[in-house]
Design a protein around this ligand. Structure first.
Ligand SMILES: *[C@@H]1O[C@H](CO)[C@@H](O)[C@H](O)[C@H]1NC(C)=O
Ligand SMILES: *[C@@H]1O[C@H](CO)[C@@H](O)[C@H](O)[C@H]1NC(C)=O
Length: 540
């Protein structure tokens, strides 16, 4: 028996044991072919160019069950290179499929790439979206829902139906026009509107007396949104894979890149009601309205729109964020309670303080982390690492805490080891809200605080029941602290979810490394890997 076969067997046995239950022999395989094209739609009421997947805008909804294997052939019919990334999908041992420019070569026009990944160890509402250029401002995003396996009980009754609400700010400008503006060193203009599922006024219907699940994701570009439904309460049940304490809210802040799942009982008189998503922390408030229609209603929507928090009230948002907590007795994707993992008792082995800034470099607007404004090399870091290609990135490319270096371009890689337990403090000394996303992981959001983080700030951390999520906001002139258990080898993008900032350099990669190559820790390079840059001609 050859060595790779042996390793596969060992992996399979380990996987069987660690699943902790009598799973069926085979996890399902789901096959998709997605063709990406330009098309037209009217999200703001007039026709404009958008990006379609299989003719749909937004893209098709992916409904998966934990452990499903996805084989998805993406065919790019645009005139530009293209990639999709799977927001919040952990891609265990598999940063090969993450779909960002640090891990994958973009799919050239009139070409294709087949993603192969498993939706492992998670249940919840997620999204996918294009990670290339400014494609995200034109569409090709969609919902990615992961349902529980039949052996897992979830902490709420099965709703009679579920709705997906992809909410986000929107521009009337073409993505290429927006890109030219950023390339020229300018900021983006204020968005032109807010849309729900790519529409100005969609409608969602259901029966009086029944309870429905609403999966809400902010797929927008730069603006935090507040979500609410006239006369109805939102019972929060899940946030980016965490089963949370089920508080009820009148409205919910959802920052760019974030998702939340709420249950709504249609417990009001038969009538139609407003669903509202409106911008937060902006001078001018942009609002999208949809309709909640009771099937027995004969009365159209009426009355004033339900009021949200005061537009500039940051404290309201912070207070709400602090109410999001893990339900320690609820199951996660595996049949053990979330609270059985005592994250607060684990020693931190490495610490980073990452400060965002908005410097001008050579007269152009850029965004930076600890002084370094990220530029994508032609060769994905993951391929450079695999093939030992020199000159793509170095491991001393960024300081682990801000040191006052003058802002410059770079390829920033934070160096860590597999099984490190790390603390990252996001220090925001700007007046704008930040939204940070980490690929390949979820992390505990243990603290929010005003001003400068200091060692003493640790005393305020929630080390008991902080929730894990994949995208955390940092309030203006404030900090947010997270803890991450680095159990997933690979190279992972840590970025601003606010795409203008990401595009202009507010991102780094986290290299989670071990010197021994083992299939127990990381899958082998895919046989269909696309090669580009200095990796052209290498043999996977
Ligand atoms: C492109 O699609 C074909 C099937 O149409 C498939 O055989 C091939 O592997 C795909 N290419 C990549 C790089 O995944
Ligand atoms: C926590 O989850 C349990 C299920 O294990 C559920 O019975 C309970 O109601 C939940 N508690 C809260 C406060 O949401």
């Amino acid at each position: 028996m050859g060595r790779p076969v042996m390793l596969y067997l060992v992996c399979a046995i380990l996987a069987f044991w660690s699943s902790g239950s009598l799973v069926t022999a085979e996890d399902a395989y789901r096959y998709y072919t997605w063709t990406v094209t330009y098309g037209t739609a009217s999200p703001l009421g007039f026709s404009q160019q958008v990006i379609l997947i299989n003719g749909q805008f937004p893209g098709p909804k992916l409904d998966l069950v934990t452990n499903d294997n996805v084989i998805l052939n993406l065919i790019n019919k645009l005139d530009q290179p293209f990639l999709l990334t799977w927001n919040g999908i952990k891609q265990r041992k598999n940063s090969w499929q993450d779909g960002v420019l640090g891990t994958n070569c973009p799919v050239p026009p009139n070409s294709n790439y087949t993603y192969k990944f498993q939706a492992k160890d998670q249940i919840g509402s997620y999204t996918y979206f294009p990670s290339t250029l400014l494609h995200r401002t034109a569409g090709a995003f969609g919902a990615l829902n992961i349902w529980q396996r039949s052996v897992i009980s979830i902490p709420y009754p099965k709703p009679v139906g579920d709705f997906t609400l992809l909410i986000g700010d929107w521009y009337k400008y073409n993505h290429k026009v927006l890109q030219q503006r950023l390339d020229a060193g300018k900021n983006l203009p204020f968005p032109d509107g807010v849309v729900i599922n790519g529409q100005a006024h969609p409608s969602f219907g259901g029966d009086q007396g029944k309870t429905y699940m609403f999966r809400i994701s902010n797929v927008g570009f730069k603006t935090s949104l507040n979500f609410r439904i006239q006369n109805h309460k939102l019972k929060l049940v899940e946030v980016e894979g965490s089963h949370v304490i089920q508080n009820t809210y009148d409205s919910l802040d959802v920052h760019v890149g974030q998702s939340a799942t709420v249950l709504v009982t249609f417990d009001q008189p038969p009538k139609d009601y407003y669903i509202v998503a409106s911008t937060r922390f902006t001078e001018q408030v942009l609002t999208a309205t949809a309709v909640l229609h009771y099937t027995n209603s004969r009365t159209a929507v009426s009355g004033p729109l339900p009021a949200g928090p005061a537009p500039k009230d940051v404290q309201w948002s912070l207070n709400q964020a602090k109410t999001l907590r893990w339900n320690l007795t609820a199951n996660a994707a595996r049949p053990n309670p979330q609270g059985s993992f005592h994250y607060g008792k684990i020693s931190v082995t490495k610490r980073f303080v990452l400060a965002n800034s908005a410097p001008l470099i050579n007269g152009k607007q850029r965004f930076a982390v600890n002084g370094v404004s990220y530029v994508n090399p032609d060769t994905p870091l993951k391929l450079a690492d695999h093939f030992n290609i020199p000159g793509v990135f170095g491991l001393n490319s960024i300081e682990s805490s801000p040191s006052g270096v003058s802002p410059h371009y770079g390829v920033s890689v934070l160096s860590t080891s597999l099984h490190d337990f790390i603390e990252i403090v996001f220090q925001n000394n700007e007046r704008s809200l930040q939204s940070w996303h980490l690929d390949g992981y979820d992390f505990w959001v243990v603290g929010y605080g005003a001003g400068q983080w200091t060692q003493a700030s640790r005393a305020t951390y929630n080390l008991e029941d902080a929730l894990t999520r994949h995208t955390a906001q940092v309030y203006p002139n404030s900090w947010t602290a997270i803890l991450v258990s680095l159990d997933n080898q690979g190279i992972w993008n840590l970025r601003s979810a606010i795409w203008e900032k990401q595009y202009l350099g507010q991102q780094v990669y986290l290299r989670v490394y071990t010197p021994t190559r083992s299939l127990a820790n990381e899958y082998d390079i895919p046989t269909n890997v696309l090669l580009c840059g200095k990796a052209v001609g290498k043999h996977p």
